[in-house]
Design a protein around this ligand. Structure first.
Ligand code: ATP
Ligand code: MG
Length: 329
């Protein structure tokens, strides 16, 4: 099925999430941090959608809301056109096997005391799937799918007896063993070197083909998203600032933040001064009014009367490519 014409599997509509953080270790007062600010995007069945942004931009928060590890303050989340925003735990339980998450650090999702076989079998046991022999067949099948071969050789190894890449493959196998429809992969390769990362990307691509799964791929890297993603959403401090087809966003970035990220890739700007990536280093101006553009303090093009006072609406700069910037296009 062509992912562009396939039905929507996930939609976030105006999702906001705030956290209360202590100002300091000794302070009793709290400040409110807006991790996501009215974020909206959708993913089609069979797509790999990349959510890209710098550290602290709200990517993992979005992932956690989607897999129901947390609830938004406002806005709505739909899975297969059914609203799941505030489903109570018991009502979400049947959906849990259909929506899984792969974490950045496999130690977060792998119990060091469980062998590879036990770790990958556990979700089947918890969800009451199959008899022991059938479960073993499924574990073999899925370890093979993540290229841990021959699978039986890995059954009785523990996480500390695996390389980082092998450990992440076990975490992927554990997320995939229930045959989910949607998987949130939260920076699955950020702890791995470049060649192992590419192997993991190829495994994700193959899983998408073979198991008909949809991925939300979370990363700080536009280069990784370019390799893997059909569509990309760029997020800056909790605001989605650009969405579009991967190729369009990478080759014709419309938002100054995306342009800065592109220039920051070493192969695009080897040590040149005055490039747009300076926007990633500088805070040039006073913060905008709460209703202003979140990128205004760093933006070289921003206009005080416009950008610091008003929120830029999304505008379409080409078919399917939208940018939240007054000055784009
Ligand atoms: N449980 C929490 N309690 C308080 N603040 C939180 C919590 N979770 C996230 N935040 C804050 O929300 C903001 C977004 O965090 P989030 O983890 O979603 O960012 P991220 O884009 O995943 O960053 P990274 O790339 O470093 O993983 C940050 O300012 C973070 O400090
Ligand atoms: Mg994160």
């Amino acid at each position: 099925m062509d992912s562009k014409t396939s039905p929507e599997i996930l939609r976030l509509s105006e999702v906001t999430k705030t956290f209360r953080q202590s100002r300091s270790f000794f302070s009793g007062t709290k400040k409110i941090v807006t991790a996501l600010n009215r974020v909206s995007f959708h993913i089609h069945k069979g797509e790999i959608f990349g959510l890209i942004g710098e550290s602290g931009s709200g990517k993992s928060t979005a992932g956690r809301l989607i897999v129901h590890l947390d609830r938004p303050d406002s806005g709505k989340i739909y899975l297969n056109q059914k609203e799941i925003t505030r489903l109570p735990g018991r009502a979400f339980r049947p959906l849990r096997s259909r929506v899984q998450m792969i974490f950045q650090d496999p130690y977060q999702s792998l119990n060091p005391q469980l062998s590879v076989f036990e770790a990958v079998e556990e979700p089947l046991v918890v969800h009451g799937k199959g008899k022991r022999a059938r479960r073993e067949d499924r574990v073999v099948e899925i370890l093979d799918a993540v290229r841990l071969r021959p699978p039986e050789r890995f059954f009785y190894r523990f996480p500390h007896q695996l390389s980082g890449g092998q450990r992440q493959r076990v975490a992927i196998a554990r997320a995939m063993v229930l045959n989910p429809e949607l998987v949130v992969a939260d920076e699955p390769t950020s702890m791995l070197d470049a060649s192992i990362s590419i192997q993991i990307f190829d495994i994700l691509l193959r899983l998408r083909e073979d198991l008909d799964v949809t991925f939300l791929f979370i990363s700080h890297s536009l280069a990784a998203a370019h390799y893997l993603c059909d569509r990309i959403g760029v997020i800056f401090r909790g605001h989605l600032v650009e969405t579009g087809e991967g190729k369009a966003v990478i080759t014709r970035p419309g938002h100054p933040y995306t342009q800065a990220l592109m220039d920051a890739l070493p192969r695009f700007a080897c040590g040149e001064k005055g490039r747009r990536y300076n926007a990633l280093l500088n805070t040039r101006r006073k913060p905008p009014a709460p209703s202003g553009c979140p990128f205004y303090p760093r933006c070289a093009k921003g206009k005080a009367s416009l950008c610091s006072a008003h929120a830029p609406p999304f505008k379409e700069i080409e078919a399917g490519h939208q940018v939240a910037c007054f000055l784009a296009g």
